[in-house]
Design a protein around this ligand. Structure first.
Ligand code: PLP
Length: 201
């Protein structure tokens, strides 16, 4: 960021005023789940059927419907988003002491999953309009710091392997995923898309 904090305050003042007009003074909830109509019925149905764990007809139906919706061959339900990322990072080849590129504005679960894989997050800036990983910042980072070696791409500054990139779609705003994938393909870095905030976007 090149702007000073007073520039930043002025920049966001109209947005803050608009949000305050909606919510009034005091804490603003990041998200408040609304469970009514079919959602409430299906939750009650799960409780009544006792299928409240990792198996049951609704789990399989969820996996099938997510696969169809996303165009993937398979979908696997996990206990939460952190576990899904943890598994995906392993499958992408993230190993202990490697690095994972991700974005500076994020929910902590992404970094938790990186640390569960015993790797290190490397933070790259986001775009102001999408709030998601900036392809320009990513390309600039890789051009400046990345080095191809026989067994992968390395961060010259840290000496660690850049094992994966995890962009995230913030608050349901789709990020510039095609550009990010093109940059990572160019470097041979696998992409794990953190869509925890964006299913349906
Ligand atoms: C960007 C992001 N990644 C991952 C997660 C997964 O979190 P959890 O393990 O709580 O399901 C979340 C949850 O909100 C998230 O916002």
């Amino acid at each position: 960021m090149t702007s000073s904090s007073s520039d930043t305050t002025a920049l966001f003042a109209p947005l803050i005023a608009e949000i305050r007009a909606l919510y009034g003074p005091g804490p603003i909830p990041l998200h408040r789940p609304v469970l009514e109509g079919p959602e409430r019925r299906w939750l009650v149905e799960c409780i009544d059927s006792t299928f409240v764990s990792s198996v049951g007809p609704r789990v399989m139906e969820f996996e099938e419907r997510v696969a169809v919706f996303t165009g993937a061959r398979f979908a696997v339900a996990t206990v939460n988003g952190t576990a899904a990322l943890h598994v995906a990072l392993h499958l992408a080849g993230v190993t202990a002491d490697s690095e994972v590129l991700t974005q500076a504005l994020d929910f902590v679960a992404t970094c938790n999953a990186v640390r569960y894989a015993q790797a290190w997050p490397v933070f790259v800036d986001v775009d102001r309009d999408t709030l998601s990983l900036s392809p320009l910042a990513l390309a600039a980072f890789l051009d400046r710091h990345a080095e191809r070696r026989a067994d992968g791409v390395y961060n010259r500054a840290s000496g660690r392997r850049l094992a994966a990139c995890v962009p995230m779609h913030t608050f349901g705003l789709p990020g510039r995923i095609e550009a990010i994938v093109a940059i990572c393909d160019h470097w041979g870095i696998p992409v794990v898309e953190d869509a925890a905030e964006s299913l349906g976007s």
